[in-house]
Design a protein around this ligand. Structure first.
Ligand code: ADP
Length: 276
């Protein structure tokens, strides 16, 4: 069987005040997976991400990256290969120009200057912000800052990209832009973990959903399976995707035959309705 890129065993973490934020998390992440990480505020999603990329050090448990157990000495390997796009771009962006910002990570990898410049150009082109190269990132709009913070991670060529609530604070056009970027990264086979409260997005985008509740993973499976599991939905305070709700309502009203073939998109739904 295929080896996971990231293997996490019995991960526990408590903040300074003693709050146990993670309480025995076990999970394997495989190459090219598109994973949604869901659960209420305070469930432990961000703490999980910060432990997974080595910003925080677990109190207990083990993280292996490509078969190697992570310790203080090889922590750099984890940080290089697992990039986080933070929820608030202002917390991530540090440099005074977009170019310096996106070049910062690759420079820290001690790559030759030409390679750094090449990566910056590639990442800015990928995110469609090459024209902003010399602009100070702090004066960009929310959507533009988001692009810069994603370019930061793209320039690192990280194997796994984590997005912590990426659509928070974005307007509909920038949310659409973000979804297009995620789609593109997905077709290129990038491994992604995204935390979000948007269950409709989870349903249409993710292949796998991991549900956190009080520092533990209470469910891990296909979004369809999870959104059909009433117990999990109640425990994690999750709503069902609108398309599933509407489908069930039409079945209940006998307007649609129940084939349990929930539509994934509005266009699929339209097709289904054309047949009746
Ligand atoms: P989520 O990302 O799912 O909203 P978090 O990982 O942010 O959850 O939080 C998990 C728990 O850890 C919560 O009880 C939260 O209050 C606590 N917590 C998060 N960050 C800190 C921090 N910097 N200091 C102390 N407690 C924190």
């Amino acid at each position: 069987m295929e080896e996971p890129i990231l293997k996490i065993r019995d991960l526990c973490y408590a903040y300074g005040n003693g709050t146990p934020a993670l309480d025995g998390v076990n999970v394997d992440i495989y190459e090219a997976e598109k994973i949604a990480v869901i659960g209420s505020n305070g469930a432990g999603k961000s703490t999980f991400f910060l432990n997974a990329n080595g910003v925080l050090t677990p109190d207990h448990g083990e993280i292996s990256y490509r078969g190697t157990i992570i310790n203080k000495k090889n922590l750099k390997e984890l940080r290089k290969n697992i990039g986080i796009v933070f929820q608030d771009a202002d917390n991530q962006i540090i440099a005074s120009t977009v170019m310096a910002e996106v070049g910062f990570g690759p420079m820290n990898l001690k790559l030759p200057k030409e390679e750094v410049l090449k990566r910056v150009d590639e990442a800015l082109t990928y995110m469609n912000i090459l024209d902003y190269k010399n602009r100070p990132p702090h004066y960009l709009s929310g959507g533009e800052k988001k692009r810069v913070s994603i370019a930061d991670i793209i320039a690192m060529k990280s194997e796994i990209i984590i997005f912590d609530e990426p659509t928070a604070g974005l307007d509909p056009i920038n949310t659409q832009m973000l979804e297009e970027v995620l789609e593109k990264l997905g077709t290129e086979g990038k491994t992604m973990l995204i935390s979000t409260h948007d269950v409709d997005f989870v349903y249409r985008w993710a292949e796998r959903a991991i549900v956190f509740c009080q520092g533990r993973i209470i469910a891990d499976g296909t979004p369809l399976g999870i959104f059909q599991n009433k117990e999990v939905l109640t425990q994690a305070n999750l709503k069902r995707p609108t398309l599933m709700e509407v489908y069930d309502l039409l079945v209940e009203k006998r307007l649609l035959k129940d084939t349990k073939a929930y539509p994934k998109s509005t266009s699929e739904f339209k097709e289904m309705l054309m047949e009746i």
